[in-house]
Ligand binder design. Sequence first.
Ligand code: GLN
Length: 283
Amino acid sequence: MKNIKRIMAAVLAGAMIMAFAACDTKETTDDTSSAADSAVTESAASAQESAPAETAGEIKFATDGKLTMATNASFPPYEYYENEKIVGIDAEVAELIAQKLGVELEIKDMEFGSIIGAVQTGAVDMGMAGMTITEDRLKTVDFSDSYATAVQVVIVKEDSEIATVDDLQGKKVGVQENTTGDIYASDDLGEENVKRYNKGNDAVAALVSGVVDAVIIDNEPAKSFVAANEGLKILDTSYADEQYAIATNKDNKALTEAINKALGELKADGTLDEIVAKYIPAE
Ligand code: GLN
C-alpha cells in the first residue's frame, strides 16, 4: 500500500514538473506535500530536459582549469576504489565530460550527505554519485539530464524469513545515510528501525554480521555487494524507478548546459552505453 502511495507521489511529482516546464520555468515551489521527497519519474526528467534553456553566460569553475566532482566512492559499479584510484561508470563519464570541456577532472571523495552542500556552496562544480533526482534536492541544486535509471532493492541473507517489503515491518534495516533508500526506509519502517551508515559497504557488513536484518540500496550496487559477499540475496521490490543525474549549482547554468551537451554526445555516439556495458555485463 505504502509503495503504491509512493508511486502515486512520484507520478504527481512528475505531473508537477511537467506543469512547471509548460510555464517556461524549472523552479519548484515550497511544496510540503508528500511528493516532496519523491524521486522524479522518467517523464519528469525528460520534461526537465526539454525545458527551455535559461541565459547561461560563462562557465564558472571552483578551481580554474579543473572540473571538480564530488562523489562517495563506495557505490560500485558507479564509483569505487581500485588500487587507490576512483573508477566506475560515473568516474569514466565525468572524465569524458571534462575532456569535452577542455579541463582536467578532479574527484573529491566525501560522505554522500555532504555532496549537495558542496555543490550548493560552489566548493565543487558538480556532484556525480549515482545520485537520484528528487523534488527535495531540486530545491537546492540543479540536475543535468538523466544518464541512468535505478530502483531501490532489498538485500537479505539467503536464509532470511524476509521475502517481501511488507516483511520488513519491525525489522532492523541498514541504509546509506541521506540516500533515497534512507528516505524510503525511514518513511515506511520508522526512524527507530533504520540504521544509517556512511558507506553502502558498511551497511552490507552490518547485514553479514547480523546487526541489521536487511539493507535497502540501489539495484546495481546491491548486485556488486551480493557478488562480493557469501550468503546474500536480493528481493524484488515495487519501489518507483529513479533517474540518476549530475547535480550542479543553480548559479552555474552554463556548466549544466555544457554537461548536457557533453552527455548528449556521449549518448548519441554510443560511448555511454559502452561504458555501462563494461561495468554492467548483460544478464
Ligand atoms: N541513488 C541514491 C540516492 O541518490 C543513492 C546514491 C548513493 O548512495 N551514492 O539517494
